[in-house]
Design a protein around this ligand. Structure first.
Ligand code: NAD
Length: 491
């Protein structure tokens, strides 16, 4: 496990000389101590990224050349896959099987954006103009230095979603991972080192949000800011970036609805509703944490859901068969317990969970929790909890389901389940969200756009949209006629 900052190709202690503790959420014990960066370290990292961008050659390498580096980073991660999977479990608490997916997806993300880098045409794309005296072509160029701020729920994967497209586009970057789970981001820096990435192209500064994230988002040397995290922090980042009008993209929270119609296949509904709320302990921005069940299906679905939720194996993520690990931190654990207490005092009915499992007296563990009779104006129904807590309400018909689902200041994702595919497609189009799953919940592919409407964010990650996040488009227009223009000089 590493503890130093990665700046300008070197491993350095924080300017303050301080470190902060990182915990294993399954045992509550200190796992490691990591450098506590501050504004001085951010200055150094931005200066390194600035030099690597302004003096090159990174931004002017061909897409094919940059793709070679990205593939080498993917190979370096792959060579240490098992170690990284274990590290992610120790740092975040997630079950080993989920960490296996995360690490494989992070590697896949580097390979995907390597391919995308190769699609960049160095001589540009011709554009037809209505005036034949002119020729025009467009070129896509990297925005510049990218500040990347990431959360703790998918530590390596969220870093990959930003670092891979930023580097593929030709940007240089400063990554500020969450202080709760900083360890795998340092391993990503190590992969960059192994891949021989030119110094300063990728810098990683660990530290607290206000100490490191805030100076990065306000830094005049940063051209682009990409953030994934909570709405309140997103708002602060937007304010900081407003000073010099940085290009920003924000991936924020959600309170996504799962709409299950009466004609749903019961087993499929149970499977995907559980997947939608208990995967990664419910700490998923797109978790379908609001279940809307049509009245005819309600009794059967609720009975099965509660029975299955109680069978989910809870424990240390490294233990064989674990399907639900601990919450990531003591702070998150308290926040979720407070939300459960608030839901009870707001009149919601607790059907199962809501407490620490009896057999686990250490670790931030919580039983899968399901509430019904949830008031539509309660915090449980309206606010993101980011834990294994499902809120259930019923609906009468399609219009009622759509109205209830759309009644949210968030708009990240939604799921709809029915055997009537035409209805599913109709509902999908009526939902004011960026991601809709039909007859499933949560599957995520690097090829498809990711991001939300309303307060769930600005812009899209992944696919070609994630690549465009880090590119400017330039038009180059040439007067190509042999005739004089003759506006001022008429003779
Ligand atoms: P958070 O907002 O607390 O922290 C995210 C990052 O911002 C961390 O690196 C943190 O150190 C940094 N930060 C904190 N204060 C800052 C400041 N003033 N200026 C700049 N940076 C600052 O979020 P979190 O608790 O780490 O993550 C959970 C949230 O992330 C949830 O709301 C979740 O929905 C959201 N999330 C969204 C997506 C998505 O793709 N939409 C994915 C994962 C998580």
């Amino acid at each position: 496990m590493r503890e130093h900052l990665f700046i300008d190709g070197q491993w350095l202690p924080a300017a303050s000389g301080k470190r902060f503790a990182v915990y294993n959420p399954a045992t509550e014990a200190v796992l490691h101590q990591v450098a506590a960066g501050d504004a001085r370290d951010i200055d150094l990292a931005v200066a390194a990224a600035r030099r690597a961008f302004d003096q090159g050659p990174w931004p002017t390498l061909s897409g094919t050349e940059r793709a070679g580096y990205l593939r080498a980073m993917a190979d370096a991660l792959e060579a240490r896959q098992d170690e990284l999977i274990r590290l992610e479990v120790l740092d975040n608490g997630k079950p080993l099987t989920e960490a296996q997916w995360d690490v494989a997806d992070a590697i896949g993300c580097f390979r995907f954006y390597a391919d995308m880098a190769e699609t960049l045409k160095s001589d540009g794309t011709p554009l037809e103009l209505p005036d034949e005296r002119f020729t025009c072509h467009t070129v896509r160029e990297p925005i510049g230095v990218a500040g990347l701020v990431t959360p703790w729920n998918y530590p390596l994967l969220m870093a990959a979603w930003k670092v891979a497209p930023a580097l593929a586009a030709g940007c240089t970057a400063v990554l500020k991972p969450s202080e709760i789970t900083p360890l795998s981001a340092l391993e990503l820096a190590a992969a960059a080192e192994t891949a021989g990435l030119p110094k300063g192209v990728l810098n990683v500064v660990t530290g607290l949000g206000p100490d490191c994230g805030a100076p990065l988002s306000a830094h005049p040397g940063v051209d682009k800011l990409a953030f994934t995290g909570s709405v309140p922090t997103g708002r602060r980042i937007m304010q900081a970036a407003a000073q010099d009008l940085k290009n920003i993209s924000l991936e924020l929270g959600g309170k996504s609805a799962f709409i299950a119609f009466d004609d749903s296949d019961l087993n499929a509904a149970v499977e995907w509703v559980l997947m939608g709320i208990f995967f990664n302990q419910g700490q998923v921005c797109s978790a379908t944490s609001r279940l809307l069940v049509q009245e005819g299906l309600y009794p059967r679905l609720i009975e099965r859901l509660v029975a299955q939720a109680q069978k989910i194996r809870i424990g240390d993520g490294l233990a064989e068969g674990t399907l639900l690990g601990p919450l990531v931190s003591e702070g998150q654990y308290r926040k979720v317990l407070d939300a459960i207490a608030q839901a009870q005092s707001d009149g919601a009915t607790l059907l199962c969970g809501g407490k620490r499992p009896a057999q686990l007296d250490k670790g931030w563990f919580l039983e899968p929790t399901i509430f019904t009779d949830v008031p539509a104006d309660s915090a449980l129904w309206c606010e993101e909890i980011f834990g294994p807590v499902l809120a259930v309400r019923t609906f009468k018909d399609e219009a009622d389901a759509i109205a209830q689902a759309n009644n949210s200041h968030y708009g990240l994702a939604a799921a709809v389940m029915s055997q009537d595919t035409a209805r599913c497609q109709r509902v999908a189009r009526a939902l004011r969200v960026g991601i809709v799953w039909i007859n499933c919940s949560q599957p995520t592919f690097v090829q498809a756009p990711w991001g939300g409407y309303k307060q769930s964010g600005i812009g899209r990650e992944l696919g070609e949209w994630g690549f465009s996040n880090y590119l400017e488009t330039k038009q180059i227009t040439e007067y190509a006629s042999a005739e004089k223009w003759g506006w001022y000089l008429r003779d």
